[in-house]
Unconditional design. Structure first.
Lengths: 274, 258
């Protein structure tokens, strides 16, 4: 018995994996799924590149519209938001000489096809839901949300948050666990933006609307749901851009490796409290 | 430090990969296997909606104040040809709706006959697949009553709506004609009507005069305009492109509840 004990490795704190297998898997699936949903979503948007509020479209008064109008000898692309109208030739309204909301490089497929855009969008919308449910179930059951994402005591204190903001501005990123700003951003996306995408998507479905009128009433009408769907998608794009900037600023290779292999949390500094 | 060139390399590789991905996406999307796989989501959507949602739920009905003054018309705005022009000239006095296919008692109905059948008026939202919505008031004959009068044979599974307009002038034969189909759940739904009035007046030509389908829980292209013949069928595989509708033959979903 004592022999067996002697043969054991000396006791060491087991290095904790930074990102569990399920988090890594659902993260990369989500990267692909969100890319396809964005590209096909912009394709669908291009079929009627205007946004409204309320139940029905007020064609003469969209609050957002991308148009191509005569200018000089040719055409120019314009984007109107509320009372503001700016020329956006080459990007919005008109690109490569073609009238279209978003340019070919941003849409799936690149050529104009509402039918194909919808096929991509709804297939990947189901993948998004299944992937999201797997992540949510695991996050709850494994304690990932409680352990890694829930802000700990004191983290939400203005003083602590202010210190973190200063750290971010100075590009100082403590390695190891998520910081409070990071936790808040992730929580807002996981429990706010992403579910809002699903809800506002259902809010546009005439079949779902009939059985569950709250799916469009929640937003104040189907056209409002479409507007919210678009704005939420843009907010996710903004989140991803900041997320990528943070990865680049905090050691991209280590971060990328962590999200692929799992990585390890660094051993606690001497005297540090876990 | 090596991290700066590494970052440059990474960014370069990233954008090259993105370019390849975007070019590759169109290629992937043209693959028949990929297309068939993507199209499977429609079955899942329909099964989920039919399973979870009430099959008899009514689409929201609005008030007269909600009616859109700028209700948009899509597709054919006036069928070509002398036959339709003559019908308009004569105020559709010579127009008939044929109800046939898998029915015990085929019907041939004039507009006056239709107006004498059980009717329904509803103010509903019309959702175009393009993304816009308009609200209108519709009055029409209830499809369920017509089908009960014609008596469906037991093997009838779908109701097909044949239309007077040729939307694709270049397609051969019946492939350019507009048509649509729905299953019996939607056909017998309380709000499924053959509308002859819009906003309290005769149905305008651009909205499908003299008769259009209203199937309120699906997208606009299902609401066939210029309906002249209704056919009960067991399968629509033999009609035109075989996908159950003009737009379905061109890649759109047959189940347009989403």
């Amino acid at each position: 018995m004592s022999d067996e004990a002697d043969r054991r490795e000396p006791l060491q704190p087991r290095p904790r994996i930074r990102h569990s297998l399920l988090v890594r898997l659902t993260h990369w699936i989500n990267v692909l799924v969100l890319l396809v949903l964005l590209g096909s979503g912009l394709q669908i948007f291009n079929a009627h590149p205007a946004l409204y509020w309320g139940h029905a479209s007020t064609f003469a008064e969209p609050w957002v519209a991308m148009t191509a109008e005569p200018k000089g000898q040719g055409l120019a692309g314009y984007t109107q938001v509320g009372g503001l109208k700016v020329e956006t030739t080459g990007l919005l309204g008109l690109s490569d000489g073609e009238r279209r909301g978003f340019p070919a490089w941003a849409t799936l497929p690149s050529y104009r096809s509402l039918a194909e855009g919808r096929r991509w969008h709804f297939f990947f919308a189901w993948l998004f839901v299944f992937n999201g449910l797997a992540y949510l179930a695991w996050g709850l059951l494994s304690g990932h949300f409680r352990r890694d994402l829930a802000p700990k005591g004191g983290e939400l204190a203005p003083r602590h948050l202010w210190a973190e903001i200063k750290d971010h501005l100075a590009l100082r990123f403590p390695h190891g666990r998520y910081n409070a700003l990071q936790k808040l951003a992730y929580l807002a996306v996981i429990f706010g933006l992403l579910p809002l995408m699903v809800l506002s998507g259902l809010g546009m479905s005439p079949g779902v609307n009939a059985a569950w009128p709250w799916t469009f009433e929640l937003f104040g009408g189907r056209q409002s749901a479409r507007t919210i769907h678009f704005l939420s998608a843009m907010a996710i794009v903004a989140f991803v851009l900041v997320h990528l900037a943070m990865v680049l600023a905090s050691g991209p290779l280590r971060q990328l490796q962590g999200m692929i292999t799992g990585g390890e949390t660094p051993p606690p500094a001497p005297g540090a409290h876990p | 430090m090596t991290s700066i060139p590494r970052r440059g390399l990474l960014a370069g590789a990233g954008s090259a990969l993105l370019g390849l991905t975007l070019a590759g996406c169109d290629q992937i999307g043209r693959n028949p296997g990929v297309r068939a796989t993507l199209a499977r989501a429609e079955g899942l959507t329909m099964a989920a909606q039919r399973l979870i949602l009430s099959r008899t739920a009514l689409a929201r009905e609005f008030t007269p104040a909600d009616i859109s003054p700028d209700f948009r018309a899509n597709g054919s705005l006036r069928p070509a040809g002398t036959a339709y022009r003559d019908l308009v000239t004569n105020n559709f006095a010579d127009w008939r709706l044929e109800v046939g296919g898998l029915v015990e008692r085929p019907l041939s109905l004039s507009l006056a006959d239709l107006r004498a059948r059980p009717a329904r008026t509803q103010i509903t939202r019309h959702d175009c697949v393009e993304g816009w919505s308009s609200i209108g008031q519709w009055t029409g004959a209830r499809l369920s009553a017509l089908l009960e009068e014609a008596v469906l044979k037991p093997e009838a599974r779908y109701i097909v709506f044949h239309c007077a307009d040729r939307l694709d002038a270049f397609a051969e034969g019946d492939r350019g004609l507009y048509y649509e189909s729905i299953d019996l759940i939607d056909a017998f739904h309380e709000q499924t009507i053959l509308a002859y009035e819009m906003n309290g007046a005769d149905l305008p030509v651009k909205h499908g005069a003299p008769l259009r389908l209203r199937v309120e829980r699906q997208l606009g292209y299902k609401h066939a305009k210029y309906v002249i013949r209704i056919e009960a069928v067991e399968s629509f595989a033999h009609i035109a492109g075989g996908q159950g509708g003009f737009w379905e033959d061109r890649g759109y979903e047959w189940y347009a509840g989403i």
